[in-house]
Design a protein around this ligand. Structure first.
Ligand SMILES: Cc1ncc(C[n+]2csc(CCOP(=O)(O)OP(=O)(O)O)c2C)c(N)n1
Ligand code: SF4
Ligand SMILES: [Mg+2]
Length: 311
């Protein structure tokens, strides 16, 4: 994987002090009732469970009121996650989470709006919604669970499948190059982008916390083990195999900056990258509405005597 220059580091160094899980569950958990025969839909050991835990820990650190949080998801293994949380959730068509999240934020800017998306959902069918939400700098947080495949439909390759690796639809090895989600987000206009893995649990909590606190479009790519469909085809049949693989093949952005480019190839560069602040869309819209309602601005009549002052 490649990395980008970080204009300024936002990673915080202090350790996360976790509380007992029961305390998080009481506030944020809407878990399946096993007495009624309901179970988690994730496979045993799936990284989605670890990622879900990091999300609620980040919410707790910020002190979010679940009544003021909306999650928006699409189709995929991760899609049930919103129903396991006490926050409101919108379950959209495949790939449409950023579009719906934009609409929710525009209609009520007070809400914390977080998309929960897969790599297929966010980077393939939903890629255009993703880049335009980044361009608009709408104040939503996009969480991408990157397991390198279309999990729910059986493990087909997608836009983040690492080149040369095996999937159901690349049995000789993937020949395409993969997207770099962080670079894509920053290139499209995001002000905050982070990459982390389910092995790096504390880093993951901080990355999500930073993204939610960031005013504007923010993205967290979580490398999440799908040992069942991707790991098994690539020599890592157990969840722990994949966790060890993330551990052994990740470098921080600070470490990567000191390495030769060829030594970074094939490594997961984890960290946080930010870009200079740009106007945020829901706020700009509210300001414009207020000015129009106050009679301070007139609509264009089709001809103007002076060129625009671009900002
Ligand atoms: C419009 C549409 N096209 C295709 C599908 C079939 N479909 C369901 S889940 C999925 C892929 C999910 O992959 P990803 O987003 O990576 O999530 P994962 O299952 O890996 O967590 C697809 C293609 C669908 N539900 N809707
Ligand atoms: S198929 Fe993969 S991503 Fe889906 S629940 Fe199972 S381990 Fe997780
Ligand atoms: Mg996936």
């Amino acid at each position: 994987m490649t990395t980008v220059e970080a204009p300024r580091a936002t990673e915080r160094r202090q350790p996360v002090k976790p509380k007992p899980m029961q305390e998080y569950i009481e506030v944020f958990g809407n878990l399946p009732d096993e007495k009624q025969g309901r179970h988690f839909r994730y496979c045993p050991g799936c990284g989605l469970g670890i990622a879900q835990s990091a999300i609620v820990r980040a919410w707790d650190r910020i002190g979010l009121d679940p009544e003021k949080v909306v999650t928006v998801g699409g189709s995929g293994c991760y899609a049930v996650m919103g129903s396991y949380l006490t926050a409101s959730q919108a379950h959209m068509g495949h790939g449409r989470a950023c579009a719906m999240a934009t609409a929710i934020k525009m209609s009520d800017p007070e809400l914390t709006v977080i998309t929960l998306q897969g790599d297929g959902d966010g980077m393939a069918i939903g890629a255009q919604h993703f880049v335009h939400a980044a361009r608009r700098n709408i104040d939503i947080t996009v969480v991408i669970f990157n397991n390198f495949v279309y999990g729910e439909t059986g493990g087909q390759h997608g836009p983040t499948t690492p080149r040369t690796t095996m999937t159901q639809t690349s049995p000789y090895g993937m020949v395409e190059n993969e997207f770099d989600i962080v670079n894509m987000a920053l290139g499209a206009g995001a002000g905050y982008a982070a990459r982390t893995t389910v092995f790096h649990a504390q880093h993951m909590v901080r990355a999500i916390e930073g993204a939610i606190r960031h005013k504007g479009f923010s993205v967290v790519e979580i490398l999440q083990n799908c040992h069942e469909l991707w790991g098994k085809r690539n020599g890592m049949p157990k969840a722990t195999d994949m966790l060890a693989w993330y551990r052994d093949n990740s470098v921080t952005s600070a470490q990567a900056a000191k390495l030769e480019p060829e030594d970074v190839l094939g490594k997961f560069v984890i960290g946080t990258w930010t870009a200079p602040d740009r106007p945020e869309m829901s706020e700009e819209w509210q300001k414009l509405v207020a000015r129009v309602q106050a009679g301070e601005v007139e609509p264009s009549k089709g001809a103007s005597s002076k060129p625009p002052a671009l900002q």
